[in-house]
Design a protein around this ligand. Structure first.
Ligand code: HEM
Length: 451
């Protein structure tokens, strides 16, 4: 063994006796995660309340965590709070249960299969854009959320219509905010205590459940509504003993897909616009690419491949504003990770948001420069130096899906309308909830594309 590793003692910021570094984390989680990398390099040791944990920035150590040693870890324990509403679906479950469901849904997310969704994705964007008109002031973040939500509903579950979106998204907004708040607390008030906040939280959870169960019942009554879609595959799946999934299990898988699949993409797209609308040169290059490649036609799965600058704009937006800004794993047994000895139950965190700001791989890291992704940047830097979709067997199953829908939506919005930030729009701040959102959204004024 090399001696550096043997003598390596991870360092971290000194915290208070009781809360450790929790106050610094709660005050500004994003800055906290960036400072750790700047001050401690590839790995830092922190304490949030009684729990000491590692935060990893080094790409090789991340690779070991997420690929070579992934069997020794489960998704972060601290996300248990989220399990209350997300349940025990593919993103949160462990072991055999996770493998089984992931295998079941994987065929719906291959590059080849995703291409078949391109037409539906474009139809949904078009339908949304038909509601817009020059001169309107709109919340682009809300509009984009409508689009990404409707895309999941239609492509995976064959659901049409705004009523599903409303019935799920409204309670979800309440839950998202409260869940993030609870996760940041050292000891959140147990849910059985009838505080006003707890009551609102539980009511939203109930309403979300009702909506998802209603979707399930409707499909079970009318299986022909979505033959061959992901929901029908989940409903028909049997385990080795011939047992199907329970309603609770189906509810959990459905919920995961809605949540993992719509908010992250919506955020990434909103962030992309927040940069584009402040950098006319980027907007000009996008139009140049759309005109050259598409000549006014809608983007398709085939032309997607040629929209490389558009893709790079999205890669760069996700570099500076990684929607999944931090996540992690908890060890299920004592395990060595590079020079670290991770104890059973101990957590190892990583922050794509902070990792993406390393000047070694991204010179001038604060600048929005889509060109940096040209000439196969991702092949020239270590695999885990850029990781908006995580990686390994628990990485994002929807990465190709997300890229395709984001390129289609960005392109079609830009082809049809010219957007301007609403007059007096303040700088767009970051709001780290379950995902990294533009705080207070993005308000725009719609102009005609030729105007
Ligand atoms: C810009 C869009 C997206 C981003 C940035 C993103 C990011 C991520 C990340 C970082 C993870 C891994 C988390 C971890 O390792 O702890 C993840 C997991 C996951 N994502 Fe995405 N995601 C996006 C879009 C989607 C879409 C569109 C879907 C589905 C349609 C999806 C479904 C999932 C699922 C099911 C998992 C859990 C995988 C597992 O644990 O096996 N995501 N995502």
């Amino acid at each position: 063994m090399n001696t550096v590793r043997e003598h390596f003692v991870p360092q971290g910021p000194k915290g208070s006796l009781l809360a450790g570094n929790l106050m610094a984390y709660r005050k500004d989680p994003l800055q906290f995660l960036i400072d750790l990398q700047q001050n401690y390099g590839g790995v830092a040791k922190i304490r949030l309340g009684p729990q000491s944990m590692y935060v990893i920035y080094d790409p090789d150590l991340l690779k070991e965590l997420l690929i070579a040693k992934q069997e020794h870890f489960v998704k972060l324990k601290a996300f248990q709070e989220a399990r209350l509403f997300v349940g025990d679906g593919v993103a949160t479950s462990t072991g055999e249960k996770h493998k089984r469901v992931r295998r079941l849904i994987q065929p719906h997310f291959t590059r080849a299969h995703i291409q078949t969704y391109a037409g539906q994705m474009a139809d949904i964007v078009e339908r949304e854009l038909d509601r817009w008109a020059p001169g309107q002031r709109r919340s682009l973040t809300d509009d984009i959320s409508n689009i990404t939500f409707a895309i999941i509903a239609k492509t995976l579950f064959s659901l049409d219509g705004d009523e599903y979106a409303r019935a799920i998204r409204e309670p979800y907004e309440t839950i998202n905010r409260m869940c993030a708040e609870r996760m940041r607390q050292l000891a959140a008030m147990p849910l059985f205590v009838p505080t006003a906040k707890n009551r609102a939280y539980k009511a939203a959870l109930q309403s979300l459940d009702q909506s998802v169960y209603a979707i399930l019942q409707e499909r079970k009554r009318n299986p022909e509504l979505g033959a061959g879609d992901l929901l029908s595959v989940l409903i028909e799946a049997k385990d080795e003993n011939g047992h199907g999934m329970t309603d609770q299990e189906l509810r959990d898988e459905l919920m995961i897909m809605f949540i993992a699949g719509h908010e992250t993409s919506a955020n990434a797209l909103s962030w992309a616009f927040s940069f584009i609308l402040r950098q006319p040169e980027v907007e000009r290059k996008l139009h140049e690419e759309w005109d050259r490649v598409l000549q006014g036609a809608r983007p398709t799965a085939e032309t997607y491949m040629q929209l490389t600058y558009t893709q790079n704009v999205i890669w760069e937006a996700m570099r500076l504003r990684a929607p999944s800004f931090f996540t992690g794993r908890s060890a299920i047994r004592d395990v060595e990770l590079g020079p670290l000895r991770v104890k059973k139950g101990q957590s190892v965190l990583f922050s794509p948001f902070a990792i993406h700001q390393n000047p070694t791989y991204f010179p001038d890291p604060q600048s929005f420069l889509p060109e940096r992704f040209e000439h196969d940047l991702l092949k020239r830097i270590p695999q885990f130096a850029y990781m908006p979709f995580g990686g390994g067997p628990r990485g994002c199953i929807g990465n190709h899906f997300a890229m395709l829908e984001m390129v289609i939506a960005l392109t079609m919005i830009g082809q049809r309308y010219r957007l301007r930030l609403a007059p007096g729009h303040p700088p767009t701040e970051m709001e780290p909830l379950m995902t990294l959102r533009p705080k207070n959204g993005l308000d725009i004024v719609v102009e005609s594309a030729n105007g």
